[in-house]
Design a protein around this ligand. Structure first.
Ligand SMILES: Cc1cc2nc3c(=O)[nH]c(=O)nc-3n(C[C@H](O)[C@H](O)[C@H](O)COP(=O)(O)O)c2cc1C
Length: 518
C-alpha cells in the first residue's frame, strides 16, 4: 500500500454524495494547459491518437477497436444513443448536484464502473494494473476480466494502492448505506479484510466446476464483492480484423495469467501455478510463434514459448470452450458465491425476466448488465440502448427493481454498457432507468496514451461532463431523474415524431428524453 505517495488529486475528502466532479472543467480552464495528459476530451481523437501510438502493432489496436462482422452493431450502439435527445428544463435550482449511486446497498460517488477488458497488457505495458489503480483512487468499481494479463491478486493490490478510506457516518464503524461510506471494503466483506477499493470479478465460465470454484474463492479472498458472469462469449464472435491477422494472444500464452496462476487449473495439466509472470510488451506474435516453432531464439526461449502456447491453448479451451450453458447451470455458481451475481450480455426482455426469476430466488441480490460486448459478438444485434429501453419497460423487471419496503435498498439492478462515450450518453442511460453504466473502449484508449493518469482523466472528464449536463438539464441528482425518460421515449417512438412526444408519469407530464432521426 503506498497511500502516502499517492499524488494529490482534485477530489476533496468528501462523502460520495458530495463529490463535485464538475470542478474538473474549471481546473482545465485555470490550468491553462488543456486537458492533461490526453490533450483532448473528445473520444474520436483519443481513439485516433491511441491508434497512432500502436501503429507498429496494428493487431493490438484492432483487437480493441474492431468488432464482430461489419461492425454494424458497434456503430448502431453509438448512433442510437445519439438519436435520443434530452429536453433541458430551466429555472430549476440545480446548485448542489450529486452523481452518487447506490448499488447493492452501497453508495458510490458516481454511476460508472470500468468494464471487464481482457488482454490489456497487449495495449499498455502495465496492462490492467494502471486502470485498476485509477479506478481505486476515484472510487469507481474496477471489474477484473478472467482474460486479464495480470492475476486476480495483482489487480486487487493495484486497485487498493491509491484508494482512500471513506469514514462511515455511523459511530460503530459499520457502513451506512444511506450516507456514503462506500469504498472501505473491509467493512463490507469480512473475508476481504484490508481491501479498500470497490472491485468486481468477471467470470468467463470454465468447463470444470473445480476450476470455477477455485477462481471464485481467489476472487473472494482478494476482496471482490460482486460476481459478473459474461454470457455472450461462450466462444469468440466472428471478428474479421483479428481473423485477417490470425490475432489471438491467448493461444500464445498472453491474457491467461489468471489460469496460469490457478492451482486447480494447472494441476489438471500436471503443472504448478506461476504467479509472477509478466507478459512481454509490446506483444509480438510473429516472434513468439517463430520461437514456439523452433525457428528463432535460444533453446530456453523456444522451450518457454512452447510451454506458453500449451498453457494458453489449454486455458482457452477451459474458459472460452465453446460450451454453451443453460439457466440451470447457474445453480452451481449461485451456491459457490454468496454475494451479488450479475449476468452480463443480456439483450432480450425474456432473458431479463428469466434473470429476475433465477437470481432473485431465496431473497438474493443480483442483476444484469444490458450489453452486447461493445458490438464484438453478434453483428446485427440490436443497439444496446434499445435493448435497455425494451427491458426496462417490462413490468416484471420494474417490480424486481423496486426498493425493499422501508429502505432505499434494491435487490435487483440493471446496469448498461456498449456505446457510452460522453457524459450525456451516461445521463440518457440513467434517464431510461439504468442504475449504473460500464465504460469500455474510452478507458482502454486512454490507458494506451497515458497509463493510469490517462484513465483518471477519462473518468474525470466523463463525470464532469455528466454533472454539468445534468445540472444544465434541470436535474440535481441521478436518483431524481433515473427512469423518468423511459415513458417519453416510448411515447415518441410510438408517435413517430409527428404525434405526442410526451410521456406521463404518475399523472404528471414528463418530457425529458425523446428520439429523433439523426
Ligand atoms: C478490447 C476489449 C476486450 C474486452 N474483454 C472483455 C472481457 O474480457 N470480458 C467481458 O465480459 N467483456 C469484455 N469486453 C467487453 C466490455 O466489457 C464491454 O462490454 C464493452 O467494451 C462495452 O462497450 P464499449 O467498448 O463501446 O464501451 C471487452 C471489450 C473490449 C473492447
Amino acid at each position: 500500500m503506498s497511500s502516502s505517495s499517492a499524488p494529490a488529486h482534485f477530489l476533496p475528502n468528501l462523502e460520495p454524495n458530495q463529490v463535485q466532479w464538475g470542478k474538473y472543467m474549471i481546473q482545465v480552464y485555470v490550468g491553462q494547459k488543456g486537458p492533461e495528459p490526453l490533450g483532448t476530451v473528445v473520444f474520436n481523437e483519443i481513439e485516433e491518437k491511441a491508434k497512432d501510438k500502436l501503429k507498429d502493432y496494428p493487431g493490438a489496436f484492432l483487437y480493441a477497436g474492431g468488432s464482430a462482422g461489419t461492425c454494424a452493431t458497434e456503430h448502431a450502439n453509438t448512433s442510437y444513443l445519439r438519436s435520443l435527445r434530452i429536453i433541458p428544463r430551466m429555472l430549476k435550482p440545480t446548485n448542489t448536484r450529486s452523481l452518487s449511486t447506490t448499488l447493492f446497498g452501497f453508495r458510490y460517488p458516481s454511476p460508472i464502473l470500468l468494464a471487464p477488458i481482457g488482454v490489456q497488457g497487449t495495449f499498455y505495458a502495465e496492462g490492467e494494473l494502471a486502470p485498476a489503480r485509477a479506478a481505486g483512487k476515484l472510487g469507481v468499481p474496477f471489474v477484473c476480466s478472467t482474460a486479464s494479463t495480470r492475476t486476480i491478486e495483482h489487480v486487487a493490490r493495484a486497485n487498493d494502492e491509491f484508494a482512500k478510506i471513506v469514514p462511515s457516518e455511523k459511530g460503530d464503524g459499520s457502513p451506512d448505506p444511506t450516507k456514503g461510506a462506500v469504498w472501505n471494503l473491509s467493512l463490507i466483506n469480512k473475508q476481504s479484510e484490508g481491501a479498500l477499493a470497490p472491485r468486481w470479478y468477471q467470470l468467463y465460465w470454465p468447463i470444470h466446476d473445480s476450476v470455477t470454484s477455485s477462481l471464485l474463492s481467489r476472487a473472494k479472498a482478494s476482496g471482490y464483492t460482486t460476481l459478473v458472469i459474461t454470457l455472450d462469449t461462450m466462444t469468440l464472435g466472428w471478428r474479421p480484423h483479428d481473423l485477417e491477422r490470425s490475432y489471438l494472444p491467448f493461444g500464445l500464452g498472453v491474457g491467461i495469467e489468471i489460469g496460469r496462476s490457478d492451482p486447480v487449473f494447472m494441476a489438471l495439466h500436471n503443472r504448478k501455478p506461476t504467479a509472477d509472470y509478466e507478459p512481454p510488451f509490446p506483444y509480438l506474435p510473429s516472434d513468439i510463434l517463430a520461437m514456439a516453432r523452433g525457428l528463432k531464439g535460444t533453446e530456453q526461449e523456444q522451450a518457454k514459448a512452447k510451454e506458453d502456447a500449451f498453457v494458453g491453448q489449454a486455458w482457452l479451451a477451459e474458459s472460452n470452450s465453446g460450451t454453451y450453458r443453460g439457466w440451470d447451470d447457474l445453480d452451481f455458481i449461485l451456491k459457490e458465491w454468496e454475494g451479488p451475481v450479475v449476468l452480463k450480455g443480456i439483450q432480450s426482455v425474456r432473458d431479463a425476466e428469466k434473470a429476475v426469476e433465477v437470481l432473485m430466488k431465496d431473497g438474493r441480490e443480483g442483476g444484469i448488465i444490458v450489453s452486447n460486448h461493445g458490438g464484438r459478438q453478434v453483428d446485427g444485434a440490436i443497439p444496446s440502448i434499445l435493448a435497455l429501453q425494451r427491458i426496462l419497460s417490462s413490468k416484471k423487471v420494474q417490480e424486481a427493481r423496486n426498493p425493499l419496503p422501508g429502505s432505499n435498498k434494491k435487490k435487483f439492478h440493471v446496469l448498461f454498457d456498449s456505446g457510452i462515450r460522453t457524459g450525456s450518453d451516461i445521463l440518457k442511460a440513467v434517464m431510461l432507468g439504468a442504475d449504473a453504466v460500464l465504460i469500455g473502449r474510452p478507458y482502454v484508449y486512454a490507458s494506451i496514451l497515458g497509463g493510469q493518469a490517462g484513465v483518471e482523466q477519462v473518468i474525470q472528464h466523463l463525470l464532469a461532463d455528466l454533472e454539468i449536463t445534468m445540472g444544465l438539464s434541470g436535474w440535481d441528482s441521478l436518483d431524481e431523474v433515473r427512469g423518468k425518460g423511459l415513458k417519453s421515449v416510448l411515447a415518441s417512438v410510438k408517435g413517430d415524431m409527428k404525434g405526442e412526444m410526451v410521456g406521463v408519469d404518475d399523472g404528471e407530464e414528463v418530457e425529458i428524453l425523446i428520439k429523433v432521426d439523426c
